[in-house]
Write a protein that binds this ligand. Sequence first.
Ligand code: ADP
Ligand code: 5GP
Length: 185
Amino acid sequence: MNNKLFVMSAASGAGKTTLKDKVIAEFPDIVYSISATTRKPREGEVNGVHYFFKTKEEFEQLIKENGLIEWNEVHGNYYGTPKFFVEDMLKQGKRVLFDLDVFGKVNFDKVYPEATGILILPPSEEELERRLRGRGTDPEDVIQLRLANAKKEMEFAKSKGKYEYTIVNDDLEKAADELRAILKK
Ligand code: ADP
Ligand code: 5GP
C-alpha cells in the first residue's frame, strides 16, 4: 500500500462523487483520474472534466491500442482508465485518485498492486435506493439495474476485493473526515 495511488469503489449512488468533490480541492497534489466511458453524459457533465465520453467504436480502438490500464463493462456501458494521464501525473510527482468499479479494481491491481483501496458503503440498501432516486439523473430501468448490480458488487468487494479502508457514508461530514485522514500524507 502506498500513498501515491488511491482507488475508490462503491455501489452507484453510495456517494463517492460527492465525497471526492468535497475533499479533493484540499489536496493540491492529488489529481482525479478522468475515465473514458461510452455512457451518455448526464445533464451538467462535461467532456474531459467528468469523463472522456466516447462512442463504442472509439472505446474499442482505445482497448486495441493498449491505451487503458483497465476497463470493464459496468451497468451496460464501457468504462476504462486512460494510461497516458496516470503516467504523466506520476512523472510530475502528483498523487492520483481513481473511481473504479469493484471488478475493474482487480485488473487495476495487476498493474499497480501497491495502490490503496477505499470502499465506500451506503448505510443501508434502502438509503442507497433513496439516493439513486433522489439524485434524479437516471431513468427507472437504469436505477433498477444499478440496484441489482450493487448487491453483487458489494458481495464481491467484501469477499474478494482488496480494500485497505472502508468508509460508511452515513453522515457526510464524518465520511469526508475519514477520507481526508486516508489521503493525508
Ligand atoms: P456515486 O458517485 O457513488 O454514484 P453520488 O455522489 O452521485 O454517488 O451520490 C448519490 C446521491 O446521494 C446524490 O444525490 C448525493 O447528493 C447524495 N448523497 C451523497 N452522500 C450523502 C450522504 N452522506 N447523505 C445523504 N445524501 C448523500
Ligand atoms: P457512473 O455511470 O455512475 O458515473 O459510474 C458507474 C460505475 O462506473 C461506478 O461504479 C464507477 O466506479 C465505475 N467507473 C467509473 N470509471 C471507471 C473506470 O475507469 N474503470 C472502471 N472499471 N470502472 C469505472
